[in-house]
Write a protein of this length. Structure first.
Length: 296
């Protein structure tokens, strides 16, 4: 069988050197399609390849299939477009920019336009959004700014009239509007445990209670009891894991979080045996515990 016949199931002639059914090897992926599909877009790379008379100039693989050195997985969308000039992609397609590059290579300008990111009304990229740094921007930042500006613009001089009633109403609403977020409380502790597991463990004092979360939330909950010396001048919308409390009572920290509307949603703890006393059977255990609190 001739080499040209190995690339398809139909027979070629001198006037029409390509068979009706053509096999393609695109980056190791095998595709079988009709010749009219490959030449359906005039001026495209595939049209130029499969309308020429010199068929021997096209690259072949070891089995005689026409070879194209491109991304074999993305070529399925190129071939789908060649069939009916329509673009259908899966939901949340992650390789849109790479497919656009393939469309440029195969010289499909209309497909390139379909894949180009579209500008929304806010002049932002609608199809391929660029996520901002979570530390630089918070989803509740705009709400806080609007609430602050509204409070500043309301007349505060009129206390007894209708304006004073409006101010009181907004002020009451402002106390109920609390920003959602997480705060993590962590501490390291140690305790002594004897041979008899039934004996009471001798707990040692908690040296330090650490606070992780957004700076503004941490300051709101703990106020002056929050020690910021390890991370000074931290902007309110940034996150930190270096704050700690000036007191060492966990219950006091829990009370402050509860008063601020937080609820515990998760906790975890690890413990390791550090060493044992030489003269006794008591063992010193160290632990690290975290409590995660959330406010809606």
């Amino acid at each position: 069988m001739a080499l040209a016949d190995n690339a398809g199931c139909g027979k070629a002639s001198e006037d029409f050197p390509f068979p009706e059914i053509i096999e393609l090897n695109v980056g190791g992926q095998v595709y079988i399609t009709r010749h009219p599909t490959l030449v359906s877009v005039p001026g495209s790379l595939l049209w130029e390849m499969f309308t020429q008379k010199n068929i021997r100039s096209l690259a072949r693989d070891s089995k005689g299939r026409f070879f194209v050195d491109r991304d074999g997985f993305l070529f399925r969308y190129i071939l789908d477009y060649m069939r009916d000039q329509q673009l259908v992609l899966p939901d949340h397609f992650p390789e849109r920019s790479r497919l656009q590059r393939e469309a440029e290579y195969f010289m499909l300008p209309e497909l390139v336009k379909m894949l180009a990111p579209k500008l929304s009304k806010q002049n932002s990229l609608g199809d391929d959004p660029c996520q901002s740094d979570p530390e630089e921007q918070s989803p509740n930042t705009d709400a806080t700014r609007n609430l602050t500006s509204a409070s500043a613009t309301l007349p505060s001089a009129v206390a007894g009239g209708p304006g004073g009633a409006i101010t009181a109403s907004v002020g009451a609403a402002g106390t109920d509007v609390r920003r959602a977020g997480f705060i993590t409380i962590g501490y390291r502790g140690s305790y002594t445990l004897g041979r008899d597991s039934q004996t009471d463990a001798k707990f040692r004092r908690v040296a330090r209670i650490m606070v992780c979360g957004k700076t503004s939330l941490a300051k709101e909950v703990f106020g002056d009891t929050l020690n910021e010396s390890r991370d000074p001048d931290r902007p309110p919308e940034r996150y930190t894991s270096r704050y700690y409390l000036k007191f060492t009572f966990l219950e006091q920290a829990f009370d402050k979080l509860a008063d601020a509307g937080f609820h515990m949603v998760a906790c975890n703890s690890t413990g390791t045996c550090a060493f044992a006393h030489d003269q006794t059977d008591d063992r010193i255990w160290t632990s690290y515990t975290e409590y995660v609190f959330y406010r809606e």
